[in-house]
Design a protein around this ligand. Sequence first.
Ligand code: G3I
Length: 387
Amino acid sequence: MAVIIKLQVLLQRGVLMLARRGVLKGLMGSAMLMPGALGTAKLDAAWPLPRSANLFSDGAALRYGSAVRASDLGEGSQLARLVQANCDLITPEIDMKWDVLQPSPNGWNFAPADNIVDFAQRHGLSVRGHTLLWEQSTPRWLIDRIDARPDWSLIESFFRTVIGRYDHHVCEWDVVNEPIDTEHGHRGIRRNVFQRAFGNHYISRSLREARRLAPHARLVINDYSLEYQNPVDQARRRAFLMLLERLIVEGVPLDVVGIQAHLDLSKGDIAARELTGFLQEIGAMGLEATITELDVKEAIFSEPIPLRDRRVADHVRHFLDVVLAEPAVRGVVTWGLSDKDSWLADDFGKGQGAPLNRGLPFDSAMQPKPAHWEIHRALLAHKVREA
Ligand code: G3I
């Protein structure tokens, strides 16, 4: 059975690659992927940031970016300047999710996502559309409706509205977020509201729907816990590959695998060999990979800060050395730039003066930390290798 699936995958791969070449040709003609069109932001001379940060940009084949929140991105804010100086692309961390965009059936809230997309347009950045379907960001009213009566038109209409509004500036859509669940899922697929209503096919159906509405954007399935040696991560890598194979055999439109990479020092070393194999399988299927949500959970508050920062940087370096050695990987996005804006601050940083997790490239005073320089070094080394 496994051999037959492999053969089918090989056949499909040929067809898929040809199809993708056609798509890519179309894309190369558009401003979005023109060399130099990405990351052209200029660094303000008065701003004491390392100018070398701009080496991330300049039409590099590998793109670098960060998640951002509209509330932190006011023009001229420290974060806005940091993003302009460092990033080729941005991901709305919260503001393009269904519960934020449509908190009630007739109430739309486009302003925060509009602001992010406007910011990107003004500064020559691309946008990763995050995320069309994720149970955790599905509004309560919608869960109740779909649970009461499976009605695909609700999803079709949301896709039509959101993709219709933002697709002109979105290079990559996270169509399905976090569908893998090897512990409680059905054949490895998470039993979420969409799976309950439409079965495991909700994934292929969403991707086809997205392709119809966004013929030129890259379509992504994005997931977490794929980086370590433990049995859960091992099982998740296997389940993810099986899902990808099934989708390709069925001819479902899919371009990119999103590897979130919420790293965690308590989980030990990166599973270098296994992660390499995983990425090679992805590449062999004709797919690409984006590191979509990189950060490091650490928070050993009793230790000196330089030691904590060094540990985080070493972990990031090891991870990037492993993943960037694989040609399938075409982008790296950190889940924020500064520790003070990290989602992990919600776990550790409640209350004034509470210590922060230090798992992002910049500290809470927006100063670069060793992890920033490791990212910088890894991207630069990649650029030199590709030149
Ligand atoms: O802005 C309100 C604030 O006004 C209010 O006082 C506070 C009370 O808790 O909530 C604030 O909003 C929260 C927001 O983060 C900003 O902190 C939301 O409740 C909270 O749901 C939201 O969490 C986000 C979460 O996704 C859900 O959308 C996190 O910031 C964001 O980092 C996280 O991102 C996810 C990815 O999308 C998918 N992968 C995992 C990743 C981490 O969970």
